[in-house]
Design a protein around this ligand. Structure first.
Ligand code: F6P
Length: 549
């Protein structure tokens, strides 16, 4: 029997039992019926906050479902856990750390004392340093070794030190300094670095080495290649690279050892998880692209959603609603995945960003106290921007056998109004939600004159759930709110499941094994291999092909 830190089993909470009985009823009901019997549904099952509007009426729920999910949240202590996070308690139990990304966006006049330190003051000191640096680079005042202004910024990082920055840069490209080029290198595959730098002039290129630990294999390997590339292009003098490298890290020693002056380092703190760090100094490349003022707007959006999450009762609380619906689908309907479909080309990296946020956070098989869970945890998140996805995988969502709850994200205004493109784009957001929910009955198909043999193929059962998130336009503030919405939805899910959403031990084993295999691949003499027979044979085969044996 699984237990959370408080010693209660999720399955034994009264709300869980009531939800199970309730589910037996709800699963038989269709969205068609639910809408037909309740003309106000589409206007009632909605919520808004921090500039985002959420329509959750096309979910397989009733008012009672939401009431019971709210009870489940209360019984699982979601609100107490939320308060513990905001107070800076060590809710990341397996790493014994506070989880304080919310402090990264608290306004300057606030204060939050954690272990005797005002973390908000420290956050703003770093933001001020970042702003001063970003202004110097953007104004052309910061010069490279040969006196040229910086025109290219290459962020080197991986995971949270890449996905947030690249997603935010792409999302806010409209607001970016267009005369400058921004590139992102993450993969240890040399192709990533080579392709990102092939048309850049080292004299005009600044590398931002972003790594919380400053030990990550991929990032350190790419950083060393970047240093060689710079040196080669700047005449080979070691001191030449000083003006071309800055670091973002919590590890000052590692930064100094690498050879970057710690005056050119922007720090953050162990209470910022990698996947929750795009609004910390890890966002330096974002700030270089959009400027400090727009970055501040983004932080204001994050903060507005933090306040909404903290203060709004569960019935109208966007992250809680979305988080509880994820629990509903994952644990009662057995939905394994959740589709994220932003109808905005600028958000094309948003699903990739959310994959780390959601799956590294809630892909856990034990509770806070280390017991194996006896229910499903984190769903698989995936997606592509609309309308492209419609012409690719939507078929399976509409007519396949699996239930895939979807989030549609759209904006009232386009940042690139072009003829009637935007109305056509948004008509697809509304149409997809409608088609998924209500489908097409056999009668409707027959009425179209479809031959009887083809009728079953053209029937769409509907009853496929979705959320629709609408905002006015994709600006820095809205992006901040949107990211914080998902951060807190993930938090809500993790709190209900009683898991540690802030560690990531599962990624360690693969890293360790790779480190052990590197010398085996590089050895001149045939190494003695002690892996399983499959891994041994693969390593031998690779070595043979490389040596032309
Ligand atoms: O491999 C997982 C991970 O630890 C992520 O959690 C993190 O975002 C990423 O690696 C990068 O880590 P770092 O910023 O320390 O280089």
């Amino acid at each position: 029997m699984s237990t959370d830190a408080a010693g209660d089993s999720l399955r034994e909470t009264p709300a869980w039992g009531r939800l199970q009985a309730h589910f037996a009823e709800v699963r038989k009901r269709t969205l068609r019926e639910l809408f037909d019997g309740d003309p106000e549904r589409g206007e009632r099952l909605v919520a808004d906050g921090a500039g985002l509007f959420l329509d959750f009426s096309k979910n397989r729920i009733t008012d009672e479902t939401m009431m019971l999910l709210g009870e489940l949240a209360r019984e699982r202590g979601v609100e107490e856990r939320r308060e513990a996070m905001f107070r800076g308690e060590h809710i990341n139990v397996s790493e014994d750390r506070a989880v304080l990304h919310v402090a990264l966006r608290m306004p300057r006049e606030r204060s939050l004392i954690v272990d005797g330190v005002d973390v908000v003051r420290e956050v703003h000191e770093t933001l001020d340093r970042m702003s001063a640096f970003a202004e110097r680079v953007r104004d052309g005042e910061w010069r490279g070794h040969t006196g040229k202004a910086i025109r290219n910024v290459v962020n080197i990082g991986i995971g949270g030190s890449d996905l947030g920055p690249v997603m935010a840069y792409e999302a806010l490209r409209h607001y970016s300094r267009r005369e400058m080029a921004f590139r992102f290198v993450s993969n240890i595959d040399g192709t990533d670095f080579v392709e990102a730098t092939r048309d850049l002039d080292p004299e005009e290129t600044l590398f931002v080495i972003s790594s919380k630990t400053f030990t990550t294999l991929e990032t350190m390997t790419n950083a060393r290649s970047a240093r060689e590339w710079s040196l080669a292009g700047l005449g080979g003098e070691a001191k030449a690279v000083a003006k071309h490298f800055v670091a973002v890290s919590t590890n000052a020693e590692g930064v100094a050892e690498f050879g970057i002056d710690t005056d050119n380092m922007f720090g953050f703190w162990d209470w910022v998880g990698g996947r929750y760090s795009m609004d910390s100094a890890i966002g330096l490349s974002t700030m270089l692209a959009i400027g400090p003022a727009q970055f501040e707007q983004m932080l204001a959006g994050f903060h507005a959603m933090d306040e909404h999450f903290r203060e709004t009762p569960s019935g109208g609380n966007l992250p809680m609603i979305m988080g509880l619906l994820s629990v509903w689908y994952a644990d009662f309907f057995g939905a394994e995945t959740c589709g994220i479909f932003p109808y905005d080309q600028y958000l094309h990296r948003f699903p990739a960003y959310l994959q780390q946020l959601t799956m590294e956070s809630n892909g856990k098989h034990v509770t806070l106290s280390g017991e194996h869970v006896d229910y499903d945890t984190g769903q698989i998140y995936w997606g592509e921007p609309g309308t492209n996805g419609q012409h690719s995988f939507y078929q399976l969502i509409h007519q396949g056998t699996r239930l895939i709850p979807a989030d549609f994200i759209g904006f009232a205004h386009s940042l690139n109004e072009l003829g009637d493109h935007h109305d056509k784009l948004m008509s697809n957001v509304f149409a997809q939600g409608e088609a998924l929910a209500f489908g097409k009955t056999p009668e409707q198909v027959r009425e179209e004159g479809t031959p009887e043999a083809v009728v079953p193929h053209r029937v769409m059962e509907g009853n496929r759930p979705s959320n629709t998130i609408l905002a006015e336009r994709l600006d820095p503030q809205t992006l901040g709110s949107l990211v914080a919405l998902y951060e807190h939805s993930v938090f809500t899910q993790g709190a209900v499941w009683g898991i540690d959403s802030f560690d990531q031990w599962g990624v360690e084993l693969g890293k360790e094994l790779a480190k052990a295999i590197i010398p085996e691949l590089e050895a001149g003499e045939e190494p003695k291999l002690h892996h399983d027979s499959s891994t041994n044979a693969l390593i031998r085969r690779y070595r043979n092909v490389r040596r032309g044996v």
